[in-house]
Design a protein around this ligand. Sequence first.
Ligand code: SF4
Length: 305
Amino acid sequence: MEQKEIITDHVETRSIMTKSNAPLGGYAVNPYVGCPHACRYCYACFMKRFTGHTEEWGSFMDVKEWPEIRDPRKYDGQKVIIGTVTDGYNPLEEKYRKTRLILEQLKDSGADILICTKSDLVLRDMDLLLEINKKNRLTVSWSVNTLDESFKDDMDAAVSIERRLAAMKQVYDAGIRTVCFISPVFPGLTDIKAIFERAKDQCDLVWLENLNLRGGFKKTIMDYIADKHADLLPLYEEIYNHKNRSYFEALEKQAQEMAQKYGCRFVDNETPYERVPQGHPTIVNYFYHEEVRGTANSGKRNRKS
Ligand code: SF4
């Protein structure tokens, strides 16, 4: 997918920290409104409604300006998730450095920080990441739902899967907790076993999340499947029109067997990622978690990317 020309603006916000309604609490941080990665399945496009944007999702971005955090220690022990409705390391971060700024403001806070991204720009901030991680307070997650670059290109305008995996390895090798977030799992297209085998020696967690087509992008995805993978259309209709869960139930079983084969833990979605032991991946099952989890600042979900 070609990156669109981005219309950029600046917006002032009273606070960059948004209290999450999720059961585990914490805060969501989104230094930008909008996201140039323009994923076709992006649930965060509901942000257009909240922010009055009428442009196509992926074609605009507001750079947030916020007052300095006066008392970072207030977030001691809290979860802080950077990038719940944008990617803090989108290409415009290179110029605006807002994600770096928030990391600088939080570096001595004692918060457990999770960065969710589809980029390798995060490597620019390795100095800061290492400083924050001195007390093991940092996790970096990359979304990887395919090893097929052409399918990736059909779905998003972010960097290649290979670049994401290379960044993951570099951060993992530096001793920082990493996540391979296999999301969204596209039935018939996402090969969780192949991705797991590719990433298992460079991540501490593997998160599994199903493709959810309840958002306004259902038609976009169904049309794409009809056009490019017509043989899968009956499967998609079964799952997304007839609510048949057997595909994801079978996948959950496959993930369990995979965990057993490689001696990994297989846990449910409530396991606190920041306490998972490092070194050998733990597989976390988030299939259908949107039905049981609360929200961040979205009113719907507590994570993304
Ligand atoms: S990276 Fe995340 S926020 Fe950005 S477009 Fe993709 S799904 Fe949406």
